[in-house]
Design a binder for this molecule. Sequence first.
Ligand code: DOR
Length: 429
Amino acid sequence: MAEGRLVVRGGTLVDETGERTGDLLLGDEGTILAAGEDLDVPAGATVLDAGGCIVAPGLVDLHTHLRQPGNEEAETVETGCRAAALGGYTAVVAMPNTDPPIDCAAVVREVLDLGATAACEVAVAGAITKGRRGEQLAPLGEMADLGVRLFTDDGAGVQDNRLMRRALEYASALGVTLAQHCEDEALAAGGHMHEGEWSSRLGIPGVPSDAEELMVLRDIALARRTGGRVHFLHLSTAGAIEAVRAAKAAGLTVTAEAAPHHFTLSHALVASYDPLYKVNPPLRTDDDITAVKAGLADGTIDAIATDHAPHPPEAKEAPFDQAPPGMLGLETALALALTELDLPVRDVLGLLSWRPARIAGLHRHGGPLTEGAPANVCVIDPAATWTVDPAALASRSRNTPYAGRTLTGRVRHTVLHGEAVVVDGEAQR
Ligand code: DOR
């Protein structure tokens, strides 16, 4: 019989099934032994105070750049997962645009091994094409054999229509999902920000909304043709979201995510020429921000994903047109969602936890918080206000666009497989 090791006491349990006050007793073997009111604390058990807090299934990020192997000056699996745990995540999907890219079983194994001792569970997304070059299919089957459930060339979209169709046919046979970075490279070529009023005023070449929308429309057509599952990464435009809404209404099994910066930051910020605001897809218009929020509210967008993209300071100190795109996200996503989205807390948690867990096939995450379920939990103080300080972040990089912004909602504790990896906002691993 497993022994109770941790008691999460005095919070409101919130999961897909509803809300109730109660404690959790978590066992040595990484499962929830009991969930209910006023549980006895076994001798020797540690108590995590959840007074005034929400106790939720751990968050799941579908879109994390951990940068290892190859770009360890920006992030490592260890530092990225520490940042994730502090942000309330118990699982992240590591993106394959590493060096070498994650495009074969050997590199998948390497990243999974690095993740085995990290502060959150690491799932891996494999590349769709060899070297992410968009020319030949990567060995999807050997990566799927290691448990890879999502494949993407993120950082680039698969441009070749025929290759994408073939990839979807394979994916369908393997029962895996293709996650698309929706960007038509010919239309986007040379662009560094959203093409619109601000790119004209600033004289910076733009990336038109059509670059995203055309690829979304193509993949919807190919998903319909092949029966393959497509997940749309970091959607940023009203037109793309409308296309996904129509595809879902027509019964297609497409899914979509949006990143916090696409519902909190406008392209007008680029007027500072500060590369901290450079990201791909770019920050868009107020109408697009409204559309992302509407998509999150009505279920068109299934998940909030961070697109956590660490870059070292020297890279982000380059001139705007030479700096790499990307922003940190893991430590601010939950608070941004709680602060900026006009949604019930349980809906926000669905977008951050159980819905992405399902898309990634991570069945040990996302709850519900019931006896016998895996003990992957986060405890959130919804009233805590805090100000983002780049120097205080656990990520190895500092490129957050939210420095100085005051947010409401903070992670107090995170429990991974029954072990407290964050206690009172402090990382334990
Ligand atoms: O802004 C971005 N940064 N978008 C991407 O698609 C890739 C990412 C990165 O790897 O830095």
